[in-house]
Ligand binder design. Structure first.
Ligand SMILES: Nc1ncnc2c1ncn2[C@@H]1O[C@H](COP(=O)(O)OP(=O)(O)OP(=O)(O)O)[C@@H](O)[C@H]1O
Ligand SMILES: [Mg+2]
Length: 253
């Protein structure tokens, strides 16, 4: 049975999608069977694997109608990973609103993944920047949570809030555990970032991954052309960082 990991932080732009994509790609290039699930109406994860123009059924269809199976797209990059992706598009925003009136609205993703997660070693779920129903679905479906964060003072309060939400979710999903916090766009040149980085390690101890993902323009460039860093020349340092993170994740689960 594969491990299901939600990547969550209600703060926007902290690196959730980038972490999901590159961690997933790293695990896949190591030979793990990986399924990535896009639970964000922005569809950034879908676009990150070159599926931005995808027009088939999306995750919204499967969340709305329990009889519809999760649509799964194969991603194959020449120099990069082979993995599977459940795509999302903007219709997930209306999907979330209609889900509000449905029975078992928090359990929809869990039930959909229940039938297929044993085909994978890792299922990674990207979530939107909110603590709404889509993120709740991801946390109810997951065994573990990874929290990507920036090393900024304003991020610290958000982490506390997220931890409280995780405790609430235990009511519906008692096996949920925090796998770790990752500094996902760490800029050591900035004093504020170094201070917050040190504080995080003191306050959260081993829950902060040893691996730090440095701020790196190649990460941004690769995402904007819709390929993983593994297929993007010049991104070797980023590849090294995400590989290290993948090793830590594999050792912790
Ligand atoms: N290590 C990094 N170095 C440089 N840029 C990065 C890094 N990680 C992420 N980024 C960039 O920062 C921006 C935000 O990252 P990303 O989309 O992963 O965040 P997010 O938390 O998923 O955002 P949202 O909350 O909108 O879903 C993107 O433009 C991304 O390319
Ligand atoms: Mg995102």
């Amino acid at each position: 049975m594969g491990v299901i990991i939600a990547v969550a932080n209600q703060k926007g732009g902290v690196g959730k999608t980038t972490t999901t994509a590159n961690l997933g790609a790293s695990l896949a290039t190591h030979g793990s069977r990986v399924l990535l699930v896009d639970m964000d109406p922005q569809g950034n994860l879908t676009a990150a694997f070159g599926q931005g123009a995808y027009e088939g059924p999306t995750i919204a269809d499967a969340l709305m109608d329990r009889k519809v199976r999760l649509p799964i797209v194969s991603v194959e990059e020449r120099d990069g990973p082979a993995l599977h992706l459940v795509p999302a598009s903007l219709d997930l925003a209306t999907g979330e609103a209609s889900l509000m009136n449905k029975l078992g609205r928090e359990l929809r993703l869990r039930d959909q993944l229940g039938g297929i997660s044993d085909r994978y070693d890792f299922v990674l779920i990207d979530t939107p920047p909110s603590l709404g129903l889509l993120t709740i679905n991801a946390l109810v479906a997951a065994d573990r949570v990874i929290i990507p964060t920036e090393a900024r003072f304003f991020s610290l309060q958000g982490l506390q809030m997220l931890q409280e939400s995780i405790e609430e979710i235990l009511y519906l999903n008692p096996r949920l555990k925090l796998l770790g916090i990752v500094l996902s766009k760490y800029d050591r040149r900035l004093k504020e970032e170094r201070t917050v980085g040190t504080y995080l390690r003191e306050h959260w101890g081993n829950l902060v991954f040893k691996t730090e993902i440095g701020s790196n323009s190649k990460v941004l460039e690769a995402a904007s052309v819709g390929v993983s860093i593994f297929s993007y020349s010049g991104a070797e340092r980023a590849v090294g960082a995400y590989r290290e993170l993948a090793e830590e994740v594999a050792a912790r689960v």
